[in-house]
Design a protein around this ligand. Structure first.
Ligand code: 5GP
Length: 114
């Protein structure tokens, strides 16, 4: 079922999370299995399973998610840089079927990402 995933349960406050930002469009919380000293997930409240499902209707929402990422990066002192990752579907390494941005910082990141 589309809404039956762990992030929807965090939105619905059915399971706890270390929430660091929320507004009427989105929510941000610390990743339970952080891959960097700072690792926050930014998710829309709207049910969007994956990046490939985005449509023209989501244009403003996407801009908003990016501006929230900028705001959080400042608040979390990622002044020297950070990485934003969106994993899409199986080959992209997506494990939770609710669109999310990974905002990571506090260490060096390399390229290619693997
Ligand atoms: P994906 O692999 O889909 O791009 O990213 C999913 C992320 O969600 C992973 O980094 C994983 O550690 C995180 N995650 C999975 N379950 C939970 C949870 O219950 N709480 C939190 N805070 N993060 C979770």
């Amino acid at each position: 079922m589309l809404k039956d995933n762990i992030f929807q349960k965090i939105i619905d406050r059915q399971i706890p999370a270390k929430i660091c930002y929320e507004d009427d469009l989105c929510l941000a919380f610390h990743d339970i299995n952080a891959q960097a000293p700072t690792h926050v997930l930014i998710i829309p409240r709207k049910v969007i399973s994956t990046h490939a499902d985005l449509t023209e209707q989501d244009r403003a929402l996407l801009g908003h998610l990016h501006l929230v990422a900028v705001k959080l990066a400042k608040e979390l002192n990622l002044d020297d840089g950070y990485r934003i990752v969106v994993n899409c579907l199986d080959r992209g390494g997506q494990t939770v079927p609710h669109l999310h941005f990974h905002l990571m910082g506090g260490r060096d990141f390399h390229w290619p990402p693997g």
